[in-house]
Design a protein around this ligand. Structure first.
Ligand SMILES: [Zn+2]
Length: 268
């Protein structure tokens, strides 16, 4: 009976490995895609609207009209460039809210649902060019299907557990409790940090996106220098999964040089 267990999980593993990948049109990298961008966007839209209503009830939505207008102005310049880079995101209902929180953070979910935290604005005191770099980096995670990729990994693990239950039942084991440990894909995906590879991709695409929108790529260097100084303030998405901050800044310098001509051409 043990043979049945191994055979079944083995066969299913092979099926998942073959059918669950897609090539990202921007990077050409093969990514897990058991959960599609469309599904990730649907889940995120639901999660985002819950989060925004909750924030509203708790009085955690920023109301300062100047702050909101500033963030929206930058978003409105970045989004058309994002759509140009990944045309299928045209159907996304791009949206941004400013959240009152001490955390130095910002994010963009699949489906173009964004948030900028007031802690980022007050601690970093970014110029518009620097804030655009943060937002372009976050938008790039969505364009590069990083959330769908994380959700796919979670889904594959979950499916693996369910198949294990099936095989286990056949083999006389009761693994039902183990399958119950698998959380919903959306929740887990939003809480899982991005890989270093995903961070480097978002850095590179983000600086390009910002340059195309007329934001100075050299601001990426000054932004991450400021970030390094406040790294103790703890931003999960922005600071946690990178190699050393110094090597990131050096990589940013090279990218800034590369995209400077794009900025100089597009400068508004
Ligand atoms: Zn990131």
């Amino acid at each position: 009976m043990k043979t049945t267990f191994h055979l079944l999980t083995g066969v299913c593993g092979i099926v998942l490995a073959c059918s669950g990948c897609a090539t990202n049109p921007i990077t050409g990298r093969s990514q897990a895609s058991v959960v599609s961008d469309a599904e990730a966007a649907r889940e995120s839209t639901r999660a985002y609207s819950q989060l925004v209503s909750q924030a509203q009830v708790q009085g955690a939505l920023e109301t300062n009209p100047q702050t909101i207008a500033r963030v929206r102005r930058i978003t409105e310049r970045l989004v058309p460039q994002a759509v140009q880079l990944r045309p299928e995101t045209r159907s996304w209902r791009w949206e941004v809210h400013v959240i009152r929180s001490k955390e130095v953070n910002a994010w963009c979910m699949a489906g173009g649902k964004m948030a900028v935290y007031t802690g980022l604005l007050s601690t970093i005191q970014p110029t518009d060019d620097e804030l655009a770099q943060v937002m372009a980096h976050e938008i790039s995670h969505a364009l590069l299907s990083h959330q769908a990729e994380k959700m796919s990994r979670v889904q594959m693990q979950k499916t693996g557990l369910q198949l294990g239950v099936l095989a286990g039942a056949m083999a006389g084991y009761n693994l039902q409790g183990v399958a119950g440990l698998a959380d919903t894909a959306a929740t887990v995906a939003l809480q899982l940090p991005n890989s270093r590879e995903a961070e480097s991709e978002a850095d590179s695409v983000g600086i390009r996106l910002a340059a195309q929108a007329g934001y100075d790529p050299r601001a990426a260097v000054t932004l991450w220098e400021k970030m390094r100084r406040v790294s103790g303030a703890g931003s999960m998405e922005l600071l946690s999964t990178h190699p050393s901050p110094q090597s990131r800044i050096e990589a940013m310098r090279v990218l800034a040089e590369k995209y400077l001509p794009v900025y100089q051409q597009r400068k508004f």
